[in-house]
Write a protein that binds this ligand. Sequence first.
Ligand code: PA5
Length: 437
Amino acid sequence: MIKVNINYAKPFFKKELNLEKEIKEIHQKIHEKSGLGSEFLGWLELPIKTTENDLKSLIKAAQEARTKSSTLLVIGIGGSYLGLKAGLEMLTSTFNKEFEILFAGFNLSESYHRDLYDYLKEKDFIINVISKSGTTTEPALAFRIFKKLLEDKYHEKANERIFVTTDKEKGSLRKMASLKGYQTFDLANDIGGRFSVLTAVGLFPLAFAGLDIKEIMRGAKASYYDLLKRDNDAYLYAKTRYQLYLEGKTIETIVNYEPQLNFFLEWWMQLFGESEGKDNKGLFVSSAKFTTDLHSLGQLFQEGPRLMFETVLKVKESSKTIKIPADNDNFDDLNYLKEKSLTEINDQAFLATLLAHSEGGVPNVVIEIEKLDCYHFGYLVYFFFKACAMSAYLLGVNPFNQPGVEAYKDNMFALLGKQGYQELAQKLTKKIEDKSE
Ligand code: PA5
């Protein structure tokens, strides 16, 4: 279960908005699939539509992949990267792994890819390339590089080491997979990238890591049913951030106290940033990792411009324990904490920060998560999907498109000399020359 506490945000409301009518209408619009972008609502019923057999075949494929190698190179970017990495970091030990999952194609850094190449040259590995469109430049380039490495190492057997997650019909990756006979996982065309972690995009690599994907989907299903009611915590969160936005708190910082959630914050930022940042609207999303960042950004949060609010992901129960030992010398004067667990201390740091920041003028919304396990990962992911849809519709934008990301791509293709972009290339070159004078 997820609980949202807005008591540290409410004092900042000038007058609490009554959004009952809007929420009722939007809830209906989501479930009747009649709102903007509703052709991308395939995620909505995914938890109840994913069958036992779907999961069994993903688990089987992952187990077979594990017999080939314990090193998996995942190639993908954006929605084909962030959510599955968030799941891996949340659900597996930071240090002790029986498998290795590496990532490529999420940037264009030559040094990153060279280092990875040199490392993999000496390794036995397999590839899962994930691209819904099958045409995204970063993963397509990385796939070329590492496919060649696999082919050089394993020759005709290389094809058996490539797993492709892509659209059922469209895209050059689909075409290549069909011709080469790679094993494929089909993606439905009504689920956008940032809403895809509960499909094979996330579930195959997570199953490869030995995680219980049935439990993940059980959590998502419970979330689905809990959020069928109109009076739910996902909408409470959406409504609160909307009210704060209208009151000039235009920056939302998502905060955690568990480093296992660090990448979850990255996933969350994409979900809300890409869904809402349109038509000159939307909260500017950012993240902070506490208590680490209290020693770097704490000053800014406490006394900087009063434009932000914090959304704190607070985990109630730690699955692991470590206690502070007694020390007869007590040079550090810490014996008053002896026998306490780090979670007890972390909890007090959370409360102390909550009080200090809210008293310093930063509204705080607290989202309490029972614990970090597969069930709660599935629950939380779906919780934020639903909150995001509600929140974007409250703002009046289409939650499911991302027209703005094309601008840089067009410029990049033109500057790289891609066919069909000559006219734009001339214009851009002229602009660059003018600016360099
Ligand atoms: O959310 C989105 O749609 C994007 O972030 C995409 O996931 C990202 O651009 C990668 O696209 P693709 O999976 O088509 O390679």
